[in-house]
Design a protein around this ligand. Structure first.
Ligand SMILES: Nc1nc2c(ncn2[C@@H]2O[C@H](COP(=O)(O)OP(=O)(O)OP(=O)(O)O)[C@@H](O)[C@H]2O)c(=O)[nH]1
Ligand SMILES: [Mg+2]
Length: 392
């Protein structure tokens, strides 16, 4: 059974998974994909370390790893090589894959430092994909099996080296050096991201990847000094990131956005001790959920009917071709299932929301989500009445 299949089965995964592999040319992206596909052969074209080998995006789809679950791994052309045409390659990536769960950024562990090319590549990806990029990235340190930990270098502590006959002590020392080198690299990468992109509230995770083909000098390519099976550990970790951080939500790579408007007439904004105004706890939870699902969220507090009308008029003016989904969240206080504005005046729900349903409306073709939440003292008897069919 392949490692991926084993993990998805044991986790009881029921959602499709889309992984995008990016990085500079010759960093071992295609080779890493062949490891993930796990058929012990070259499915994605691997190449020499100098010339760009993968010229365009290719998707490798495991459709029946477990029934009903598809795993799609996307190989991409290397960024920032001598031809310097990475904008074109980013365009190709965007055109090829619209949505992904996780981006696996490959860089060679044996290169020690973050190169200028990596800096440029990360900057270009960040510019192209926006601030969510780092939240969806896992750094994969390829060529981890080529780390020569029996030879001390500047990244290692000054541990005394045991005599050559003491195999056990050497295995321990090699493991210790490998773990330390990994940690140092993770710290350096995160320091770099903090310095250049101002990411303070996020730790980008770093995982090692070895090779998949046994060679004369390495019969057990899955083994690294600190772990028995790097592929198993890597897939398991990637899966946990997708599950815990993103709840299997897909991240939209195109410029198109999922737009959500929260009209919060539940109550006043929260005023902190220092006088700053913040979003209500209730609305905050909804906003966080929407953000996790990839929505750009606009929050409005205490709107009058007139302001709501103006807001909807403005919404009709925007470029709807750039929207994928539109969500309208209406939080309202009141004693009945009618909608109220901030002045406790009844809102003509048909007038306000009907215009979004109109066949002539630019919203007509867009998938829409409506969510109305009414704060009641007690359960009201009537239902919110709308003449058109609106999901409530
Ligand atoms: N990942 C990896 N590759 C290795 C290792 N040892 C040798 N290689 C070779 O290094 C080369 C890596 O190239 P690719 O996987 O094609 O690199 P890439 O990032 O896809 O390159 P482009 O498609 O040009 O962007 C391949 O020829 C591998 O066979 C190793 O331990 N790990
Ligand atoms: Mg390649």
């Amino acid at each position: 059974m392949s490692t991926m299949k084993h993990i998805l089965t044991s986790e009881g995964t029921s959602s499709d998974i889309h992984l995008l592999v990016v990085g500079k040319t010759g960093q071992g992206k295609s080779t890493f994909i062949n490891s993930l596909i796990d058929l012990q052969k070259e499915i994605a074209k691997e190449g020499a370390e100098t010339d760009r080998c993968t010229e365009s995006c290719h998707s490798y789809v495991h459709s029946e790893l477990i029934p009903g679950v598809k795993v799609r791994v996307i190989d991409s052309p290397g960024l920032q090589d001598i031809h310097n045409d990475e904008q074109l390659y980013i365009k190709k990536i965007k055109a090829h894959c619209h949505e992904v769960n996780l981006v696996l950024y490959c860089m060679r562990m044996i290169d020690h430092k973050i190169s200028n090319d990596d800096k440029c590549a990360v900057r270009k990806l960040h510019q192209a994909f926006g601030p969510s990029f780092f939240k969806r990235v896992l750094i994969v340190l390829t060529f981890a099996n080529k780390e020569k930990c029996d030879k001390k270098d500047s990244r290692d502590d000054d541990d005394p080296e045991p005599p050559f006959e003491d195999t056990e002590a050497w295995v321990e020392l090699i493991k210790k050096r490998f773990v330390k080198r990994l940690q140092r690299r993770a710290v350096r990468i995160n320091d770099f991201l903090k310095k250049h992109f101002g990411i303070d509230d996020l730790v980008v995770q770093v995982v090692p990847a070895g090779y998949y083909k046994p060679t004369f000098s390495d019969h057990y390519p899955m083994k690294l000094p600190d772990r028995e099976n790097w592929l198993h550990d890597l897939i398991k970790f990637a899966h946990s990131q997708i599950k815990e951080k993103h709840n299997f939500s897909l991240w939209n790579l195109n410029d198109k956005i999922h737009l959500a408007i929260i009209i919060d007439n539940h109550g006043e904004v929260k005023v902190e001790k220092d006088g700053t105004k913040t979003i209500n706890d209730n609305a905050y939870q909804i906003k966080e959920t929407l953000n996790t699902l990839g929505f750009c969220t606009l929050y409005f507090n205490s709107l009058s009917s007139r302001s709501i009308n103006t807001l909807l008029e403005v919404l009709h003016q925007i470029d709807h071709s750039q929207l994928v989904t539109f969500a309208l969240i209406f939080l309202c206080k009141g004693k009945t299932r009618h909608l109220y504005d901030c002045n406790n005046e009844l809102i003509d729900a048909d007038k306000i929301f009907g215009c979004l349903q109109d066949d002539q409306s630019p919203f007509a073709q867009l998938p829409k989500i409506y969510y109305f939440h009414l704060a009641h003292d007690q359960e009201p008897k009537e239902k919110l009445q709308l003449s058109r069919r609106i999901a409530v």
